[in-house]
Design a binder for this molecule. Structure first.
Ligand SMILES: Cc1cc2nc3c(=O)[nH]c(=O)nc-3n(C[C@H](O)[C@H](O)[C@H](O)COP(=O)(O)O)c2cc1C
Ligand code: SF4
Length: 435
């Protein structure tokens, strides 16, 4: 059984509007969806320009990892489209390439029409001619065939009412596949990796048209804000990080689950059923480790944690695990999953992965006292040098491990084993290499 098979539980802790229930507990068809969330506001109620203003007021930031403000992306894509007198394309990014993350598949499984509503609303607002929902081909989901469910949901839509027709696109299941330029390349019939071009996808994306790529959770937020308003959205979270949010929680060895919460909620109760915890990974495989003591006190905000919430992964590392071995395992995976076309990924990541593996092995770490300094230097050499942010995210993870697991590093350098269980905790599926 895979970790995904287990990610079926939804809990609703700690948010002011928890009673509103962001997601249903069972999958909704189109009619059930309308009964649960209310009808999609028709164009008369949301004249052109009004939705963008509403989203700006709500302060929505992307839920796919980088947390970029949605309003600024809408302005930039619609500006590029107006300048070239060409209709833009909208993509709801449901690739969820990160193997430990389940929140996007969970959302798509339970409330696909929320994402389709968001696509329709964004499509109307930007006068788009194409709206695409991208999802991993044969996406694993313990509860059924997600792609078939999405195909059925798309068929249920009434284009005459929506005004925007939606295509479903299946893309390869790779870590890099959901990166926006890689995704656009796939949809354009090219290889699933970012290509060298002077234009961003916002300027020239699918079919050369300006393209808005948003994570499916961000797109679902659009559908909720159009119905319930910006103040409803701001009623969740904090002023700087507003809105309800989905997180995938790995409480140690216990089964992962998807939770509704929001920035500002206490972190510890989300993982409190875990055995004694050494550290917590926040954000995802491009995220950061933080030690257990500050995590115990912290609220889930970037300001308090000092690290971005990223794609919403929260993973507790039990006390008896070796954090260096876990990080080496993740970084080896990240190195293998790169598109292997830029220097930092071709030369940097494999060396960093090998050095981390050495550091994770006390006998080998003791023989080379320069490992940590080299790792720090190599992280500096790959940051900001790739065609995409894969090297930056990987370097962030490594740097946070060097800070968080200082005690283990000192022990390993002295040739001592802290007794940590070295078996990998988080999933890193082996896939065929494409390069
Ligand atoms: C290596 C890499 C992989 C990514 N994978 C995903 C993904 O699977 N899903 C996703 O929504 N965003 C992914 N992103 C982020 C996208 O490039 C893009 O920023 C995001 O889809 C924009 O949506 P948002 O602003 O709503 O977050 C990835 C980025 C990188 C660098
Ligand atoms: S930085 Fe790495 S993952 Fe990104 S395009 Fe270049 S080789 Fe591929």
């Amino acid at each position: 059984m895979t970790a995904t098979d287990n990610a079926t539980e939804t809990v609703v802790p700690q948010t002011r509007h928890a009673e509103a229930g962001l997601l249903p507990t069972h999958p909704l068809n189109s009619a059930e969806h309308r009964a649960y969330y209310g009808a999609l506001p028709d164009p008369g109620r949301l004249p052109l320009g009004e939705l963008a203003a509403l989203l700006g007021h709500a302060g929505v930031r992307g839920r796919g990892g980088a947390g970029f403000p949605l309003y600024r992306k809408i302005v930039s894509v619609s500006g590029a489209a107006r300048a070239r007198r060409i209709a833009p394309t909208i993509i709801a990014n449901g690739c969820e390439g990160e193997p430990a993350s389940h929140k996007d598949k969970h959302l798509l499984w339970l409330a696909p029409h929320l994402v389709l509503d968001g696509l329709v609303l964004l499509g109307r607002e930007l006068r788009a001619t194409r709206a695409i929902l991208a999802v991993e081909a044969g996406a694993p989901n313990g509860r059924g065939d997600l792609v078939r469910r999405l195909r059925d949901a798309v068929k249920e839509r009434d284009v005459r009412h929506d005004g925007v027709s939606i295509e479903l696109a299946e893309v390869p299941g790779r870590f890099i596949a959901g990166e926006s330029a890689a995704l656009v390349s796939t949809l354009n019939g090219g290889p699933g990796m970012p290509s060298y071009t002077e234009h961003s996808v916002r300027e020239r994306g699918v079919g050369g048209a300006p393209t808005l790529v948003q994570n499916v959770e961000t797109v679902a937020q659009v559908a909720l804000i159009a119905r319930y308003g910006a103040d409803w959205f701001r009623g969740y979270g904090t002023a700087a990080e507003p809105g309800p949010q989905l997180f995938t929680v790995y409480p140690g060895r216990n089964r992962p689950r998807v939770v509704h919460s929001a920035a500002g909620a206490r972190l510890w109760p989300l993982i409190s059923d875990a055995e004694p915890v050494e550290a917590v990974l926040i954000g995802g495989y491009h995220g950061s480790w933080i030690p257990a003591p500050p995590a115990r006190q912290a609220r889930l905000t970037e300001a308090e944690l000092g690290v971005p919430l990223g794609a919403g992964l929260i993973a507790a590392l039990p006390n008896d695990r070796c954090g260096l071995a876990e990080t080496a395992h993740l970084v080896r995976y990240l190195a293998l999953e790169s598109a292997g076309q830029c220097g930092p990924c071709l030369n940097g990541l494999p060396r960093i992965a090998a050095a981390l593996e050495q550091l994770a092995d006390p006998r080998r770490a003791a023989r080379d006292q320069g490992l940590v300094e080299r790792l720090e230097r190599w992280c500096g050499m790959i940051e900001g040098r790739g065609l995409c942010h894969h090297p930056d995210g990987s370097a962030r993870l490594v740097r946070s491990a060097l800070m968080t697991f200082r005690t283990e590093i000192a022990a390993h350098r002295a040739g001592l084993c802290t007794g940590g269980d070295r078996r990998p905790l988080l999933p890193t599926p082996t896939r065929e290499l494409v390069h």
